[in-house]
Design a protein around this ligand. Structure first.
Ligand SMILES: [Zn+2]
Length: 208
């Protein structure tokens, strides 16, 4: 469970999803997947507007500053997100992933590459090799997320992908614990709740 559960009386669709973003995924690709909340029930979209996507990419630190996003890119970003999640679930369930999802993520990887640029140098040297200005930084940022997803899903790192063990949380996370036995997206919320429930059960048994 994220920092804050979605209230029952939430008016859907949201006007903006920003108040409901959370960052316990352990890496950008997983935090991105978690912008689709309550997958087990209401399926709440928190990347509602193009402005939402801009703000999210900046907060996720995959984009330096705000850059305008079109509705087309927003739709493409959601498609990328769902493709990543299809692979996350297939990985956890240890079954083949839909080929379309793999191709979709792969298509984004070209945007993650380095973008070298040769420019005229100030006095003294003829030219300098630099990085091209991010003319289309949202696509570049989504490319970085696709690369993060590909690194996680396409290497041994895949063994660390998890879905929170809480029955009421669909949070995905990347297990960075030393032993690799983390069960909850957050110890502070879902983990604590599970502990409290076990405690209540034990007490009830003791009383019986
Ligand atoms: Zn959880």
């Amino acid at each position: 469970m994220p920092d804050r559960d979605l209230p029952e009386d939430l008016v859907l669709p949201l006007a903006t999803g920003e108040p409901w973003w959370y960052w316990s995924g352990g890496r950008p690709a997983v935090d991105f997947v978690n912008t689709h909340r309550e997958r087990w029930r209401r399926g709440v979209e928190t990347l509602v507007t193009p402005q939402d996507l801009t703000a999210w990419l900046v907060q996720a630190q995959v984009m330096d500053g705000p850059a305008p996003v079109s509705k087309v890119v927003l739709a493409q970003a959601r498609d990328l997100r769902e493709a990543i999640d299809l692979l996350v679930v297939a990985t956890i369930e240890d079954r083949p992933a839909p080929v379309g999802a793999i191709t979709l993520i792969d298509d984004w990887l070209v945007f993650a590459g380095v973008r070298p640029q040769l420019v005229a140098a100030p006095a003294g040297r003829p030219a300098v090799l630099t990085e091209r200005a991010a003319a289309d930084s949202p696509r570049r940022a989504l490319g970085m997320i696709a690369l993060d997803a590909a690194t996680m899903l396409g290497t041994e790192q895949r063994a660390r992908i998890r879905i929170c063990a809480s029955e009421t949380c669909s949070g995905r996370f990347f297990d960075r614990s030393p032993a690799g036995r983390r069960r909850w997206c957050s110890m502070r919320t879902c983990g604590n709740e599970a502990k409290a429930r076990r405690h209540r059960l034990r007490r009830r048994k003791a009383e019986a």
